[in-house]
Write a protein that binds this ligand. Structure first.
Ligand code: ADP
Ligand code: MG
Length: 265
């Protein structure tokens, strides 16, 4: 049995990770057995795949320590297997703990021994704390992508995540530019990617079809399969699948980052 390809998607909160992840999963599901593991305490990665919010592993385990596969795995669009790690109640405990608990439960129920083609991790990366770094470990995701726009905070977070990846000697497969509509946005993200030794693996335009799909708890691929936006997600899926460029990133220090950013103002 071949090992599943583990792909981790990192990025600042609200930047568009879950939208990218769910649409990628939908794209891959036509040819592969796919699993999505939502590792954000927001626990909404899989909502557009399943059509509703699913119970999280942390919540389930709180009620039943011996939770089984049926309690935590849910089937979504294209038979994608969907999981949400969940997080602690706000203000109590480390947000990344959910990921650690979730991964050990998934190990226990043997999901990683199943015949899966692709596993996608959706990981919050404002801070790369212990829990959020788990999917970076080689036995899970051997390749990492960072979602960013041209906004200061998004790029700042992307640079920080690169520091975490470097520390863990992770393999950065590229930067995904999820456009916000800023001036010279693509140019800026491309330059950032090159400055840290990587490249832009895909550009996703801003589109109202994303919200229109989200309202129905569907991916763009399901709701608007013929749209150009759906096509850009399929293209991104193909670029990731065929990607050959993996690096240990060289993040910018604070001063370099400021200089880089000011160039575009
Ligand atoms: P994250 O998972 O990083 O927190 P989400 O995927 O939930 O981010 O996206 C945050 C918000 O931005 C959502 O309301 C989503 O609809 C919107 N969004 C994401 N990508 C796009 C896009 N390409 N065009 C328009 N809206 C987008
Ligand atoms: Mg999300």
């Amino acid at each position: 049995m071949k090992k599943a390809r583990g792909i981790a998607i990192y990025g600042k909160g609200g930047i568009g990770k879950s939208t990218v992840v769910s649409n990628l999963a939908a794209a891959y599901s036509t040819d592969e057995k796919v699993m999505v593991i939502g590792c954000d305490p927001k626990a909404d990665t899989t909502r557009t795949l399943v059509g509703r919010r699913i119970p999280t592993i942390l919540d389930t385990i709180r009620k039943n320590k011996n939770a089984s596969a049926e309690d935590v795995l849910f089937s979504g669009y294209g038979n994608v297997i969907c999981v949400e790690s969940g997080g602690p109640e706000p203000g109590v405990g480390c947000a990344g703990r959910g990921v650690i608990v979730a991964m050990s439960l998934l190990e226990r129920i043997g999901i990683f021994e199943e015949d899966l083609g692709i596993i996608i991790y959706d990981v919050l990366g404002d801070v790369v704390c212990g829990g959020f770094a788990v999917p970076l470990r080689e036995e899970y995701a051997e390749e990492v992508y960072i979602v960013t726009s041209g906004e200061y905070m998004a790029l700042y977070a992307a640079n920080n995540i690169s520091k975490g990846i470097k520390k863990l000697k992770g393999r950065l497969g590229g930067i995904i530019c999820n456009c916000r509509g800023i001036d010279r946005e693509e140019e800026m993200v491309k330059e950032f990617a090159e400055r840290i030794g990587s490249h832009v693996v895909g550009v996703i335009p801003r589109s109202e079809l994303v919200q229109k799909s989200e309202i129905n708890a569907q991916t763009v691929l399901e709701k608007f399969p013929e749209s150009e936006q759906a096509q850009t997600y399929r293209q991104l899926a193909a670029s990731i699948l065929n990607n050959q460029k993996f690096v240990v990133p060289e993040p910018l220090d604070v001063e370099q980052f400021e200089t880089f950013f000011h160039q575009f103002n």
